[in-house]
Design a protein around this ligand. Sequence first.
Ligand SMILES: Cc1cc2nc3c(=O)[nH]c(=O)nc-3n(C[C@H](O)[C@H](O)[C@H](O)COP(=O)(O)OP(=O)(O)OC[C@H]3O[C@@H](n4cnc5c(N)ncnc54)[C@H](O)[C@@H]3O)c2cc1C
Length: 264
Amino acid sequence: MYNFNYHCPSSLQEAESLYAKSEDPMFLAGGHTLLPTMKQRLNAPTDLIDLAGLTELAGISREGDVLQIGAYTRHADVAASELVQAAIPALAKLARGIGDTQVRNRGTIGGSVANNDPAADYPAALLGLGATVVTTKRAVPADEFFVDMFETVLEEGEIITAVTFPVKGDAEYIKFANPASRYATVGVFINRHNDGVRVAITGAASSVFRCSEYEAALSSSFAESALNGITLRTDNFNEDLHASVDYRAHLCAVIAKRVIASMV
Ligand SMILES: Cc1cc2nc3c(=O)[nH]c(=O)nc-3n(C[C@H](O)[C@H](O)[C@H](O)COP(=O)(O)OP(=O)(O)OC[C@H]3O[C@@H](n4cnc5c(N)ncnc54)[C@H](O)[C@@H]3O)c2cc1C
């Protein structure tokens, strides 16, 4: 590690003003991505602005058919929430499958969404469910939020305050997890509702994406066989020591079929 200034503001306004005054600042949430990257010198902020003191960023509530999860809500709290379990059980299950106990007790939904790791779980739920990312400046539909690997539409100094999820239809998420980190080698989130079917895939490509080929097929026939013969475009698929492009493409169909099988 190297020297940096640590701040712990007690209001959003103070956090924004500290950010504006600092030379090369970053917001800190659970630290489970940011601190390891600082240790590796992949990030070297002059100032860390810890969001831990902003009580307005934590918590889960439901109003009608909208479930709201504060940005500083930890994965363990989403997993354990009776509100989430009742409204969108697939979301609670997804949170329960993130990393290990330590990661779930520190990591936050806002940090995960802001980071947009191509293998992260929450982005699949946001896209699959048609969620909205609420920030200090605006409300962004998930369809417009994730840009590319570790890139979102967030601007300098913009803080995610909450994520809102529409509660509609039924949903399921299954991932083929990396055995060490539990990140998704491929994870598929499917939401079926009166207006159609949404399918989001994480882990496979440089960023989470909606799979229009699967959505079209499942909207006409919600059955595993509907995916037979569909070949996905793989030009931006990831290849690493864990899985080749072809293997990830194969996993997309296998995992999607498992999700469908668990929903019919
Ligand atoms: C061993 C290990 C295993 C893991 N396994 C998984 C897994 O299986 N699935 C998975 O999805 N993730 C996994 N993770 C990642 C984990 O979920 C992290 O918690 C998450 O990616 C980042 O959340 P955080 O709260 O720790 O954010 P931080 O590390 O504190 O911040 C991450 C980034 O987001 C920014 N940020 C944070 N909060 C906000 C906000 N409210 N507004 C704007 N910007 C913000 C920060 O400035 C930083 O750039 C794993 C991590 C580790 C260390």
